[in-house]
Design a protein around this ligand. Structure first.
Ligand SMILES: *Cc1c(COP(=O)(O)O)cnc(C)c1O
Length: 459
């Protein structure tokens, strides 16, 4: 080994944890279209949003001016317990692939919640506490967000009511156990505790639930409970903002080793881990300084960017949330079953949607579940980390890019986001190992139903 070899793990000091979040909207050439009040179709104002969201978070949501928003010390102190997260050079994977490419990943799965979601959960809980609220409500699909939020609320002594998509609650009882340990109350959705839940159950008593329905239940509960607000773990501008700690740390680490990524890859559910990793580098692209190639990877069974429409749509099934202009499959779309629970959302962050629409995100790619688990297994065996199935979508694309480099001889620097751990997904790994994992891809007809339910808003 050469003496000046780049280490396997590039660590930062505690002092290098970012002191501000990066707000890409201040730099975007075309800002995304505003979110609309579903009643009036007028842009949502601060006062429209106040019954639902925390005050300070609304300011962040609507802020398109300030490039940097200071991270309060109370949040940074919590970050210090599990950040900075490591940037890892995947030497062993490179060797296995016989690629001249340099592969790096930023690993966010090292905290108890097991994913990047804690970066925003702690910020949202902090502002709810500061506002003097009793508690917050939310939904969770695979369970990562509910877990992260439970940890954050446990830390600040806030109450939290989690609506968990029923099928996930059944498949992942340990997730429920973790949330309850941190003090959350967990209700499988659809439930009979809300009007929307009761309506869903009337239509389909055996419903296994969707993220869109759980969102409606959580919003309804927040609005009807004194001292509660609703919080969300992805899609929103504020969430993408909080996640920029990931990319900022990665940038500092690359500076330390004197390199810069040519390709940046992330899995895309609602866009928060991808946005968080990518946007600090996007700042360089928007400024004309660097031109990294950005790839968003989504599951073939929930292909919002590759097969969806760029249109105003509801963020939930119950149609109680504002309308956002985004890539969407329609709020009524229910993806065929898939084990990357965190990637089953019908829409995409309006910020990332706009950047993709304008060509700043170079490519969106849809991949099959079985290929994803194959990539996950290869990665686990060579790198010694069991990835979340969501994160393995990024691994799959990173491997494909590295294999291309083997063919062309290019020594590209590839960076991908390893958004979480796969410890709560062993059921899916076992199915894969037994050869029982199936690839379900919606037909054009399946998609047409969801797409035709997108409202006509000509803005
Ligand atoms: C929730 C989740 C995702 C998908 O959400 P994004 O907002 O798109 O990041 C990806 N990976 C993991 C591990 C998750 O928990």
């Amino acid at each position: 080994m050469a003496e000046n070899k780049i280490p396997y793990k590039i660590f930062l000091t505690e002092d290098e944890i970012p002191r501000a979040w990066y707000n890409v909207r201040a730099d975007m050439k075309t800002d995304h279209r505003p979110i609309l009040n579903p009643g009036t179709l007028q842009p949502m104002t601060e006062s429209d949003l106040e019954p639902v969201f925390c005050k300070e978070l609304i300011k962040q949501e609507l802020n398109d001016k300030d490039r940097f928003i200071e991270i309060p010390e109370g949040i940074r102190d919590f970050y210090k317990m599990y950040r900075p997260s490591p940037l890892v050079r995947a030497y062993c994977l490179e060797e296995a692939l016989k690629t001249p490419a340099k592969i790096y990943y930023k690993y966010e799965g090292g905290n108890t919640s097991g994913s990047h979601k804690l970066n925003s959960a702690i910020a949202q809980a902090y502002y709810a506490k500061k506002q003097g609220l009793k508690g917050v409500t939310t939904e969770t699909g695979a369970g990562q967000w509910g877990t992260a939020l439970s940890m954050a609320c446990g830390y600040f002594g806030l109450d939290v009511k989690v609506f968990m998509v029923k099928i996930s609650a059944q498949q992942k009882p340990y997730r429920k156990g973790v949330m309850e340990t941190f003090g959350a109350s967990v209700t499988p959705s659809p439930s009979d505790t809300t009007e929307i839940g009761r309506k869903m159950l009337e239509q389909n008593p055996d419903s296994s639930g969707t993220l869109g329905c759980a969102i409606s239940e959580a919003v309804e509960t927040a609005v009807k409970s004194e001292g509660y607000r609703y919080v969300l773990g992805s899609v929103l501008n504020q969430v993408i903002l909080h996640q920029t700690v990931i990319g900022q740390e990665a940038k500092i680490a690359f500076e330390k080793i004197g390199d810069y990524p040519d390709v940046i890859i992330g899995c895309a559910g609602g866009g928060s881990n991808l946005g968080g990793l990518m946007l600090p580098f996007m700042a360089d692209k928007l400024a004309g300084k660097q031109a990294p190639y950005f790839i968003a990877v989504e599951p073939a069974n929930c292909p919002s960017m590759t097969r969806g429409k760029f249109a105003y749509d509801f963020c939930d099934t119950g149609m109680v949330t504002p309308l956002a202009k985004m890539y969407t499959l329609g709020a009524t779309f229910s993806p065929p079953s898939n084990h990357a629970g965190g990637l089953r959302y019908h829409g995409m962050s309006p910020i990332l949607s706009q950047l993709y629409h304008d060509g700043y995100i170079d490519e969106a790619r849809a991949v099959m579940q079985s290929e994803v688990f194959k990539a996950a297994t290869l990665f686990a065996r060579h790198e010694g980390t069991l990835p979340a199935p969501e994160s393995a979508h990024a691994i799959k694309a990173a491997i494909d890019e590295a294999v291309k480099c083997r063919e062309t001889g290019e020594e590209k620097t590839i960076l991908f986001g390893l958004s979480g751990t796969g410890y709560f997904d062993l059921g899916a790994y076992m199915l894969y190992n037994e050869g029982k994992l199936v690839d379900l891809v919606p037909t054009d007809d399946d998609l047409a139903r969801g797409l035709s339910a997108i409202p006509e808003v000509n803005l």
